[in-house]
Every structure is written in C-alpha cells, then in structure tokens.
Ligand binder design. Structure first.
Ligand SMILES: [Zn+2]
Length: 185
C-alpha cells in the first residue's frame, strides 16, 4: 500500500486525451468554433491527462486545455499554451473541449479497482521474490543430502568410511573411523 501511494505520487506520465483543429466564426452571439480540415484550422487545441501509479494508473488528472491560434480579424496569434479565461477564444474552446477538460487542471480522480489490483500484484511479486529462492534452496539441500547418503552407502559397500572414504579393511569391529572419528555402528 505504501508503494501504491509512492507510485500514485511520483510515477507519472502524460497522455493526450484528444486534439483537434477548428475555424473561427464570428456572429452576433459571439465567437463559435467549427470543425476544420486537418492542417487548415486557424485554431489547434490539445487536451492532456496526467496518469500516476504503477503498474496501473491509479490517479488520473485532466490538465487544462492547450491551444494555439492565428486570427485575421482582429489579427491575433499565439503559440501553443494554456488558455486563460481572458483569452478571446476561451469560452468558444470550452464549448468544443472534451468532457471533463477545463481551462485549468481538474480534480484528480482515484481508480480504486486499479489501486486494489496494483496492491495485490505488488504483494504477489514480493511473495514470489522471497518464495522462489527459498524453494530452490530447500531443493538444493534435499538433493545434497541424497547425494551424501548415496556416496556413504557406496563407500560402506567398498569397505570404506562413509564420511572420509578411509579404507577400513581389517577394522571390521571398529566403533569409530580411525581417520575422522565418524561412528561406524
Ligand atoms: Zn572416516
């Protein structure tokens, strides 16, 4: 959960929600924006969102609208940037903006399903990161024990100490290996 909080706070990326072009029409009611052919529009606009969280985006914030325009009458042009409420096209742009996109960043929205699954996946990764080496270690110990047991059996059959392979011929009733002290009975 701590990691999920960290990811939601610091692991962020931006993605474009929508973009488009428009032409400006003046009328008695004010400025309206109408769809333009790609490359022809006097107005270009972009809507972006910031997505935070890992492995899933858990907090998404719609950022304020960006726009650039070049008008003839009255002449007015500006580069792509944030739109302020005082700009001549502000209200017209808001009219064609995607739902949830305003002039300033919206409220961050939390996605609880993603928070839940992200937490579950984080814990599963942690679990297996600990579990797999333990299983391998135990398997290795079992195999090693078997190997030593088999080798000991083979040495006993050859009349040798199971531990150090010392030749025990002529020592049939010895209680201990004279070389390493391993108990033979
Ligand atoms: Zn021995």
């Amino acid at each position: 959960m701590l990691f999920q909080w960290y990811a939601a706070e610091f692991i962020c990326s931006k993605a474009m929600i929508a973009h488009g072009e428009a032409d400006v029409e003046w009328s008695s009611t004010g400025i309206t924006l109408v769809a333009a052919e790609p490359g022809d529009g006097a107005v270009q606009w972009e809507a972006w969102k910031q997505k935070c969280g890992w492995p899933f985006a858990t907090v998404i914030t719609n950022e304020g609208l960006l726009a650039s325009w070049s008008l003839d009458d009255p002449p007015e042009s500006r580069a792509m940037g944030t739109v302020s409420p005082e700009d001549s096209l502000a209200s017209a742009l808001l009219g064609i903006a995607p739902a949830g996109v305003g002039l300033t960043s919206g409220e961050p929205r939390a996605f609880w399903g993603e928070i839940f699954f992200g937490t579950a996946i984080t814990w599963m990764v942690l679990y297996f990161a600990v579990r797999i080496p333990l299983v391998l270690l135990r398997t290795g110990m079992i195999l090693n024990t078997r190997h030593l047991a088999t080798r000991g059996q083979q040495r006993i059959q050859k009349g040798r100490c199971p531990h150090c392979s010392y030749d025990l011929k002529g020592l049939d009733y010895a209680a201990k290996c004279p070389e390493c002290g391993t108990l033979l009975w």
